[in-house]
Ligand binder design. Structure first.
Ligand SMILES: *Cc1c(COP(=O)(O)O)cnc(C)c1O
Length: 424
């Protein structure tokens, strides 16, 4: 079977590149993201329901035909993807909904959906012959990158902001990353500045989880949409709720549904619903205010418990806005209290332990139902993107502590009533 990447094209200036020229950033346009275009006609000849159904879903590489790298032997995998689409019956009943599903991305190797993109990115780095990878984050993307780089035996450099939490730094160090806290948080992100310098001057492979420096990772989250369509037996849901930071996930999910539509495997697109916290809503504001997609106003002081969504500037916001427009989608910002409520609902009704960023999609659904923007009869999929154990400090704040008692049944009964409101 041949490979189906036609070319890469700069989202800003339209300049085209061959995959064989190993492109990473646009040469003529500062920070234009290179979008990958596929040969749908060629794919149509064999990539049909029968072909897809016959392949087992072991990990996201079931969809190798629609992903870089070119050569199968370059794939670096830890078994990412193939996550369950869980029918959330108890939660649906509580919310008065007909059909609600949770795509549980907490089950990925490093416990967030970022593994999908980093698996693709590290595979491409291997194919391009790079051995040094660099990122500008201490979050889920960096953890995922470090894990895949370790698996591939590559060197990994991580630039994190000076204030990055020790827990996250420790995880990166344990994976073998060379981690640096970078001073000087200001208008320009100092970690991105240094990542860029090591790419331009030292020829490191940049592997952040957003497009302009890494056109390949966005292909990973596409497979979430392929899986959803197949798990719904070739149906497309009415809505998919997506938490947004850089808007790469939103863009990837849209690309995935688009691929299947263009190949003729489905006959419609779902509406996409983008969710951010009121503590950092630059993308939602851009959508509501109709801002120029290439000139989205950065948020001055991001502050939210959903730290995975704290990007002050949505690097892939241009594509994200297009995704909302083309799917007749919607967007909303939700307060952190609603995100906490969503965390508790997921845990108590469905047994899914999400971090705040991971539960933000559900918080968006709660807001959308209240505002009547989504019908309770609609079929809805909520992406739950990251695991609750990612951040013990936040979990402690949300869950509180357990009371301490003597081994005495009367005291147990008494405290049960006071702490948990239960009478026995
Ligand atoms: C990164 C991240 C997001 C947001 O994805 P973007 O591509 O940055 O928009 C959502 N949830 C979790 C858990 C994340 O780590």
């Amino acid at each position: 079977m041949g490979r189906f990447i036609k070319y890469l094209m700069c989202a800003k200036c339209g300049r085209k590149y061959d995959y064989s020229s190993k492109p990473i950033t646009c040469l003529s346009n500062d920070l234009g993201r290179l979008d990958i275009y596929y040969d749908y006609e060629g794919l149509k000849e064999f990539f049909n329901r029968d072909y897809i159904t016959k392949k087992p879903l072991l990990n996201q590489w079931k969809y190798f035909d629609l992903l870089p790298p070119m050569e199968e032997r370059n794939i670096v995998s830890l078994g990412e993807g193939a996550t369950p689409l869980l029918k959330a019956s108890r939660l649906a009943e509580e919310l008065g909904m007909r059909k609600l599903y949770v795509k549980d991305e907490t089950r990925n190797p490093t416990a967030s959906f970022k593994d999908r993109g980093m698996s693709v990115s590290v595979s491409v780095a291997k194919e391009f012959g790079f051995n040094k990878l660099v990122t500008a984050s201490s979050g889920n993307a960096a953890a995922a990158l470090a894990a895949y780089a370790a698996k591939a035996g590559m060197e990994i450099y991580a630039f994190v902001i000076e204030q990055a939490g020790y827990g996250k730094v420790a995880q990166l160090l344990l994976y073998g990353a060379k981690v640096f806290r970078v001073r000087g948080l200001g208008a320009e992100d100092p970690t991105v500045k240094l990542m860029r310098a090591t790419y331009e001057e030292l020829k490191f492979f940049p592997s952040p989880s957003f497009g302009p420096f890494n056109p390949y990772q966005i292909e990973g989250p596409k497979t979430i949409s392929y899986e959803i369509v197949e798990q719904l037996n070739w149906e497309v849901p009415d809505w998919v709720f997506v938490p947004v930071g850089a808007a790469s996930l939103l863009t990837g999910v849209w690309k995935g549904f688009n691929d299947y539509y263009n190949i003729g495997l489905t006959d419609e697109l779902p509406h996409l619903f983008a969710v951010q916290s009121t503590g950092n809503p630059p993308f939602v504001r851009a959508f509501k205010e109709g801002q120029d997609p290439f000139d989205i106003k950065p948020w001055p002081k991001p502050h939210t418990i959903a730290w995975g969504l704290e990007d002050p500037y949505p690097w892939d916001g241009d594509a994200g806005l297009k995704a909302l427009k083309e799917t007749k989608g919607d967007a909303e910002e939700v307060p952190d209290e609603l995100i906490v409520k969503a965390m508790k609902l997921l845990a108590r009704y469905e047994g899914i332990f999400a971090e705040p960023s991971g539960a933000a999609g559900l918080a968006g659904l709660l807001a959308a139902l209240d505002g009547g923007r989504v019908d309770r009869g609609d079929e809805v999929v909520v992406l739950v993107t990251g695991h609750g154990l990612k951040d013990p400090d936040i979990v402690r704040d949300v869950a509180g502590d357990a009371p301490t008692i003597n081994p005495n049944l009367n005291e147990f009964r008494d405290v049960l009533g006071r702490r948990y409101g239960v009478k026995l």
